[in-house]
Unconditional design. Structure first.
Length: 248
């Protein structure tokens, strides 16, 4: 039996650098699953094309027996619970076998990667008086905000100090305010921003310009191979979401 196709859906970006970094992740996933002959395709929920309905229509014509949609999104917010869910349900109603996998986070492997990005940005390590802030994209969906808070708690446990989340859009507190507040409270050390974003682009630039003394790179770094941790998570999301039956 032909394995289900993996349709990797990222947010989309106007940044060529960010788009290239995400493409590197999709390529790495395809390479990882090549021995199992899993077809891997990419699409976008916003900004870029092809969109999800176009991708699913193309897979219907391919044809593939089934498809697993894997959101390349760190938290499960509106795009996962509403946009992607509606696209999948429409495809199922039309007779396709399609299922929706989980968002990438929260996941301890992403915390592993966050910790490594911090270490890369701090050659001598964190100082006792450093303040750490997690920079997240933000969402109007409380479930996505809760996912980010969970990641901050896990990072806090990992590095042994409090980690506060600062959001870049659609949620509060805003990152720049969290950084400013840390300074206003008389933080003697540096304000270190841990960037919880998938790839370079507009939000990563906002994080870098939010006033932190040190800001780590996003999880995907331009010009570098996709980290094994991210590839592992995407593959697991695919394998953990067996395709359902099409509508009768």
């Amino acid at each position: 039996m032909t394995p289900p196709a993996l349709l990797a859906i990222s947010h989309g970006t106007d940044s060529p650098t960010g788009a290239g970094a995400v493409a590197t992740l999709v390529d790495a996933v395809a390479h990882r699953l090549a021995a199992q002959e899993v077809p891997v395709h990419a699409g976008f929920v916003d900004v870029q094309t092809p969109d999800v309905p176009t991708c699913l229509a193309g897979l219907r014509e391919a044809p593939v027996e089934a498809t697993v949609v894997v959101p390349l999104l760190l938290s499960a917010g509106y795009h996962v619970h509403v946009d992607l869910r509606e696209d999948v349900e429409k495809a199922v109603a039309s007779g396709q076998r399609v299922t929706l996998g989980d968002a990438l986070g929260p996941d301890d492997r992403l915390v592993d990667l966050l910790e490594r990005r911090l270490a890369e940005s701090l050659p001598t390590g964190l100082r006792d008086d450093d303040v750490v802030v997690l920079a997240a994209a933000g969402s109007s969906d409380a479930r996505a905000v809760a996912d980010c808070e969970t990641t901050a708690q896990r990072l806090s446990a990992r590095i042994g100090r409090t980690v506060t989340v600062g959001y870049l859009a659609n949620a509060t507190p805003r990152l720049a305010d969290v950084v400013s507040d840390a300074r206003g409270k008389g933080a003697a050390g540096r304000v270190v921003v841990a960037t919880y974003l998938l790839a370079p682009g507009f939000f990563a630039d906002l994080a870098a310009n939010a006033g932190g003394d040190v800001t780590s790179a996003p999880l995907l770094v331009a010009g570098e191979e996709a980290p094994d941790e991210l590839v592992d998570v995407v593959v697991d999301r695919y394998r953990d979401a067996p395709p359902g039956d099409a509508a009768a």
